[in-house]
Design a protein around this ligand. Sequence first.
Ligand code: IMP
Length: 411
Amino acid sequence: MGNLHIILDAQFGDTGKGKIIDFLGIKKNFCFRFQGGSNAGHTIVVNGQKFFTHLLPSAILNSSCTCVLGNGMVINLNDLMYEIDTFERLGINCENRVKISENAHVVLHLHKLIDSKNNKHLGTTCKGIGPCYADKMQRIGLRIRDVLSPDSEIKSMIRKVYNSHNVIDEPLFQKDVYDVIRFRDYLEKMVVDLKFIKNVFSDTTNNILIEGANGLMLDIDHGTYPFVTSSNCSIGGVFTGLGINPTDLKHHHTEIVGIVKSYVTRVGTGPFPTEQANDIGRFLLTTGQEYGVTTGRNRRCGWLDLVQLKYSCDVNGYDILNLTKLDILGQLDDIYLCTGYTPTDNKPILLRFDSWKTLYDKRPYNMNDCTTWESLHPNAKKYIQFIESFLGVPVKYINTGKERHQLLIKN
Ligand code: IMP
């Protein structure tokens, strides 16, 4: 029986999924993405070199892993081809390893235009995600399978989309038509149907990774609506976004992994009760390098909110957690966790923890070199154990630094 890991961001995105996906991806031969588009951004660091992906799953670095973009995704073909080209230039072979569901939708330049015009108040990434999903629901969207049609049909389908939005912009229309048609031949080799996906799941020898993007609190149904993205980043999206069912999961040893940053960050607008718009927030921003991979925006930073995280656990049913950036949090003098809200004015109730900045004899403590639970600073252990007992979910993986190997596995 193969292993299946479902990796979901438990917060507002940017929790640092890249490393665990890369780590688990080493042992996988298939990696799936089921929702979102170029709004997501992964950073993977290998030997000090940074890799960025927006559409391709992070397991792309594993040359024996086939990466599949599911039907639940919205795909900007320019972005996809750019990423493939970048990796190919770096010597990472992508040909024959990247597959796309025929039912995924295509993000047009038109969608980006609408997004940047209409959605500023939501602080979207302006990648056309919401407008593309809206067209999907309106049943006027362009799917990957449509891209394989003759030129004239592609043109009339794109024209239909423009007409539905009452947009008359001939240069933009021509650009959209050109960009879809020019990638058709390349794309043809990559397109797969549901049967392909079902066969992967029914083969019990396959080791599979399913990778979520964005984060639970940005889920269109379960997040902080309307300050959310336009897809289901939660567990439900796995089934609709790939066309699989619970029986498909039963063919494998399945584990749902929630990715939790040791503090919270959020980009764009929307509620964030534990936000630290002060020196603490600024410290986390600069030390944690909390700048958006997709838009370069500063991320808002604050304390870990266990009430929010408990909700995330309830929705997604994580079996285990991966706690990221523990080394960054530990460099503060005092550390706080939100354990509840005051009944009268709904203010966060914060519990203080001692930091793991120094050892008891005041020597500086460097978590980066820590590879075992036993050698972890006692204060860091207390912080983790409190989280585990509050949530009732074990923390199995702990990121102790930004390098690929700086990952502690707790047994
Ligand atoms: P959209 O997904 O571009 O429509 O943006 C909707 C909201 O989700 C905005 O607040 C974005 O900043 C946020 N968002 C979307 N994707 C990500 C992500 O991968 N990380 C963090 N925030 C995201």
